[in-house]
Design a protein around this ligand. Structure first.
Ligand code: SF4
Length: 488
């Protein structure tokens, strides 16, 4: 891991110049291609609306199809919303986008005399146009100064430690302050291309990157050698577990792309904080996966879900204990040779107010898993909300009486291990400074002041099936990072 880098500012002009020189090797983002081909700002607006939450390939296919039928903005008036939906399917949120496109002619006419406006402040008044879209239209459609900040720009600028921000809006504001204007227009194109090809959200290819020598690599773990890992993991089942701290929030930070990039067979998430009906189609129906959701009764609270490539034999929602099942904390998928138990353990809370509830939950999970492990392998993944040993958090001494490291919680974890379960990460790695959760405060993640509270455990008889168990701290989007298990 690369943390605690000296905070020496990078030479931004040199970084951008190096990326510009190799830019021809990358596929240009689809919006640039549309502008290059058409030089028509309204098409850039439409394509940009369609491109949100949609990959470039789909955007390119859909815009080609659409622009064969629509020759000007007013042509949208001739089509019903259902017809537009049909043409633009399968872009993400196609129903909403069809509505926006059908409103576009009237909005343009009434507010802007049928002329596409050229400022961010005006463009955001059009239906379906947010800040990112507006900046992109100004920069690409009108060739003017604007900084379009998407997840790639936000992520990479923070990796470079050029900004220290929490979301794309903060990044846009910070870049407006410090980025020399000559770079405003190119930065989105360059960093999207770089983020899609080399500096990918998952395992950036630092060894192939022209910036490798100077890049601070803030919070990044470069990709390992593929050849070694591929050989070793052939035929294993790859599982990911991630407390996303709100599935709708992490969706905006590129969750779907991260899930696809990680190519797991099973992807378990905790703390979804949503009912299934509140979710977009993009989140529920990810290509190649079937998803299973178990939400808390209380809206916006707790909740777990699993995306699975293979069809499970059976799915168990909860443990049959109402006080815990009401909070949507345990979801179990049964496969031929193992059970995957996805758990979101309760937090004991400030002054350990919820300790009784947590200890009751811990005992119930243990009993539930004990009954499952009589039949076949049990994998228990999730946010256990406890750092087991001193090595599992940065500041054990000052946290001995706090939730997550109290003696009661540690003893419960001891009892779980004694009951016949193995913390798989510690099978391979005994080192300190390996964490899965960092406070949002005090720049804790950059300084790696964290806790290891997310685990993949297996029943001890199945220990020999574990090929590897790792933490993926480079993946951002939540205050937790994902963890990975490979099982044969
Ligand atoms: S790929 Fe690695 S070296 Fe290149 S910009 Fe990203 S983190 Fe830095």
């Amino acid at each position: 891991m690369v943390f605690d880098m000296a905070l020496k500012e990078i030479d931004i002009s040199s970084f951008i110049s190096k990326l510009t020189k190799i830019d021809h090797e990358y596929a240009a983002p689809v919006i640039d291609l549309i502008q290059a081909r058409t030089k028509e700002p309204w098409k850039v607006v439409v394509a940009t609306i369609l491109s949100a939450r949609t990959n470039d390939k789909t955007t390119a296919e859909v815009t080609t199809r659409l622009f064969k039928k629509i020759k000007s903005v007013s042509d949208f008036k001739k089509l019903s919303i259902e017809k537009i939906e049909k043409i633009i399917y399968p872009v993400g949120f196609y129903r909403n986008k069809a509505k926006y496109l059908s409103q576009l002619p009237d909005s343009l006419e009434s507010r802007f005399d049928n002329v596409i406006p050229q400022t961010v402040e005006e463009l955001v008044k059009l239906p379906g146009v947010g800040r990112k879209t507006a900046n992109l239209v100004v920069a690409v459609g009108f060739d003017k100064h604007a900084i379009c900040v998407d997840t790639h720009v936000h992520r990479i600028m923070n990796i470079w430690q050029y900004v220290d921000t929490k979301n794309p809006f903060e990044t846009e504001m910070a870049l407006r302050e410090k980025l020399p204007k000559k770079h405003w227009k190119v930065v989105n194109h360059l960093l999207v291309a770089h983020g899609q090809s080399i500096c990918r959200p998952v395992s950036p290819r630092c060894e192939d990157c022209v910036l490798n020598a100077e890049c601070p690599k803030n919070g990044v773990t470069p990709r390992k050698s593929k050849t070694a890992s591929k050989k070793k993991f052939t035929n294993s089942i790859k599982m990911i577990s991630w407390n996303v701290n709100g599935i709708r929030a992490v969706e905006k930070k590129g969750f779907v792309d991260i899930l696809k990039d990680l190519e797991a067979d099973i992807f378990a998430v905790q703390e979804t904080k949503a009912q299934k009906e509140q979710l977009s189609d993009d989140l529920i129906n990810i290509d190649g996966y079937k998803s299973y959701w178990f939400s808390a009764r209380k809206k916006g609270y707790s909740g777990v879900a699993v995306y699975s490539k293979g069809e499970p034999i059976d799915v168990h929602y909860g443990m049959g204990v109402e006080e815990f099942d009401n909070e949507g904390r345990v979801l179990t998928l049964e496969y031929d040779s193992f059970f995957l138990v996805n758990c979101y353990y309760p937090n004991a809370q400030h002054e350990l107010k919820r300790m009784d509830y947590k200890q009751g939950f811990n005992a119930a999970v243990k009993k539930f898993c004990n009954s499952l492990k009589k039949k076949k392998t049990v994998v228990i993944c999730g946010d256990y909300n406890v750092a087991h040993k001193a090595v599992d958090l940065k500041n054990p001494k000052t946290n001995e009486k706090n939730a997550g490291y109290s003696i009661e919680e540690r003893e419960d974890m001891d009892r779980f291990i004694k009951a016949g379960y193995v913390d798989t990460f510690r099978m391979f790695n005994k080192e300190p400074d390996n964490y899965t959760w960092w406070s949002y405060r005090f720049n804790a993640r950059a300084k790696n002041i964290g806790w290891r509270i997310d685990y993949f455990c297996v029943d001890s008889r199945s220990k020999s099936r574990v090929v590897s168990s790792e933490i993926l701290p480079e993946i951002i989007g939540s205050n937790h990072c994902p963890i990975e298990l490979r099982l044969v």
